[in-house]
Structures are given as C-alpha cells and as structure tokens.
Design a protein around this ligand. Structure first.
Ligand SMILES: C[S@@+](CC[C@H](N)C(=O)[O-])C[C@H]1O[C@@H](n2cnc3c(N)ncnc32)[C@H](O)[C@@H]1O
Length: 331
C-alpha cells in the first residue's frame, strides 16, 4: 500500500519516533561502523516508511508498544522493515572491535610489519605472479600488517589463506624472563587480534573491486598445514611461532605444500645467518628473540632457515626462497 511521501505531519512524527528508537540502540555502541551503518540505512528506512503505509503502521505500533513499557516477548513480531534494519546493524556490530581506544593505548604493535621490509614483500609478488594464485600466510595477528600487503598486491582473483593460532604461545622462559615486554603483551591480546583480523577481512571484501578470496583459519600452523594437499600453494609467507621446533616444522610443511614447478616460500624475522650465531641458536631453543654479542635476532628462525634451505634471499630481515622444477634456489 503506497501513499504520498511526507504528506502527513503525523506520519513524519511517527517516522521520527521509529528512527529515534533505532538510534537509541546504535548510540549504545561505540563502534564507528555501527554509526555509519545506521546513517546509511536511515534514509532507506525513512523512504520505505513514507511510501508503505502498512509497514509504517506496523513499525509504529511495535515501537510504541515497547516504548510504553511492554516487553519484547509481548510485542507482536517485529515488522519486516525494522527487522531488516536491526539485522544490518547487528551484522556490523558483530564484527567487533580490536579493543578500540583501549587497544590503541597498549604499547604493543597491532601492526607488526616493519616498514623497511614492505618494498621487498610487495615486489616479490609483483615480480613473480601475474595470474591468480593460491597464497598462504602463517601469522596474521591483527590483520593490519603483512596481510594488507598481500591483499593489496596479489593478482586479481587470487585466494589468500590466513592461519593464526590466536592463543597464548610464548614459552615460560619468555614469560618469566627478561624478555622484551612486547612479547608478554602480545600474549594477552589473542582475542582482540583475532576479532580485528575478522574485521579487516570484511573491510577488505567490502572495498570496491576487491576480488581476492579471503579464508581465515584458527589453529596452530603445524596442525592446520597438515590438512592441505601437497603442492597446493604458489606462495607461502611464514610469520607464526618463532620458536625453533615450531618454525622448523612450519617451514618443512610449507616446502611440501609449495608447487614444484614454481612457487615461493618466504618469512619474517631472519636477522642473521652468521655461522657463530647459528651455533648459539642451537643451544637456545626456547626463546623468541635474544641479543648475543650485540646482535639481536630470532634464534629459532635463524636455525630453522639455515637447516631447511642451502641459500635464501634476504632484505632487512624478510627472507625468501624460490622453487623451480622441484629445486629450491634464490632466483
Ligand atoms: C609476529 S606476529 C604476526 C604479525 C603479522 N604478520 C603482522 O604483519 O602484523 C606472530 C603471529 O603468529 C601467531 N602464532 C604464534 N604461534 C603460532 C602457531 N604455532 N601457529 C600459528 N600461528 C601462531 C601469533 O598468534 C601471532 O599472531
């Protein structure tokens, strides 16, 4: 049933009551997305209530019923126009936050990407891949660092699998020792990190023209990687656990999951392959990061990479190896 939009002052007053009822819900949320979501559907809902008299009458009856102190259970079923608005708001609100303002106060890096590594990371994709590929990232964290590089640079219609444990993972030596406090902070943020990554995924998918398929998986990499078939991936980036036993297993599995004809395995935090420091790393397998003779490095990554590859390329701590016709090399 249609009527003349805006014809009756009563109708306009009723619409204002309905909208302010909805507003009360969104105002309880501090999320920008919910506010923007409400603003974008406000006009749509207003137009609908103006043009459909029956929908308007039902919505007003429902809102007034609740406003008079009725309970949601007593009220009639929510009219469809309102239910749609609530569903859209609930959907944006459910994407959650990364801790919001509180999270931004934490002096731990929600974006762990080191800027000086970004150019090599971008060009490794641009230089080697022009057709859609299947890519894998181990260690997504908040989805604000390396993940964004892959989303921006992967060829159109590629797939990006993102795996992260999103749980406490540092060893007791790192938890109780004189470790860099940022590791201990990271260990307290897994839920915020995972929620943020989900949010980043939806954001990326909402970007105009995005056609990268994003697949998010939670679990220890060594467990999840075992579920894939061999030679599935064109590209694998490893930035998960940096402890020797885990990163060694992750690299070994990544090698078997890489396409034999052509693929790239790469990763973060390889500061050195100095033979003396490799020997130091052999003795220290329960620390994420150490400083020895003035060199700060990740012993697990150094040892595992040195054992798994004869040679790798490096750029400011980013490392990569290339597989061609089954053989691993640097070009
Ligand atoms: C250094 S952060 C990754 C940073 C991210 N790449 C970025 O650029 O912001 C390491 C991540 O590895 C995850 N992680 C640790 N151990 C893991 C494991 N065994 N399997 C999968 N992910 C793991 C942590 O939860 C954390 O999110």
């Amino acid at each position: 049933m249609s009527s003349d939009p805006g014809a009756s002052p009563d109708r306009e007053a009723g619409i204002a009551r309905i909208l302010s009822f909805l507003k009360a819900f969104y105002q309880r949320s501090q999320l920008d997305e919910v506010r923007r979501g409400f603003e974008s559907l406000e006009g749509e809902l207003k137009g609908h209530l103006r043009s459909d008299e029956q929908a308007f009458a039902q919505a007003l009856e429902w809102v007034d019923g609740l406003s008079r102190g009725g309970s949601r259970r007593e009220a009639k079923a929510m009219p469809h126009a309102l239910a749609t608005s609530f569903a859209m708001l609930a959907n944006v609100a459910s994407v959650g936050t990364d801790g919001g303002d509180l999270g931004s106060l934490v002096p731990s890096y929600r974006n762990q990407l080191q800027e000086d590594r970004a150019p090599a990371m971008r060009s490794i994709i641009r230089d080697h891949f022009s057709k859609p590929i299947v890519a894998l990232e181990i260690g997504t964290w908040f989805g604000k660092g390396s993940t964004q590089i892959w989303i921006e640079t992967l060829p159109r219609a590629s797939s990006l699998f993102m795996i992260d444990a999103w749980s406490r993972y540092i060893t007791s030596e790192d938890r109780d020792g004189d470790t860099n406090p940022s590791y201990r902070l990271m260990d307290k943020l897994p839920q915020a990190a995972m929620t943020a990554a989900v949010r980043e995924m939806f954001r990326a998918e909402a970007r105009p023209g995005n056609d990268i398929e994003l697949v998010l998986m939670r679990g220890r990499a060594s467990r999840v990687l075992g579920l894939f078939r061999e030679e599935l991936f064109d590209f694998i980036y490893i930035d998960g656990s940096h402890y020797y036993s885990e990163v060694k297993r992750d690299i070994a599995l990544a090698k078997s999951l890489s396409k034999a004809e052509f693929s790239i395995v790469c990763g973060d935090d390889l500061e050195t392959l100095d033979p003396t420091l490799i020997e130091v790393a052999r003795r220290i397998q329960d620390r994420d990061f150490i400083t020895y003779s003035g060199v700060g490095f990740h012993p697990g990554v150094t040892l595992a990479v040195s054992e798994e590859f004869e040679q790798v390329n490096t750029s400011n701590g980013f490392w990569w190896a290339i597989r061609r016709n089954g053989a691993w090399g640097v070009v």
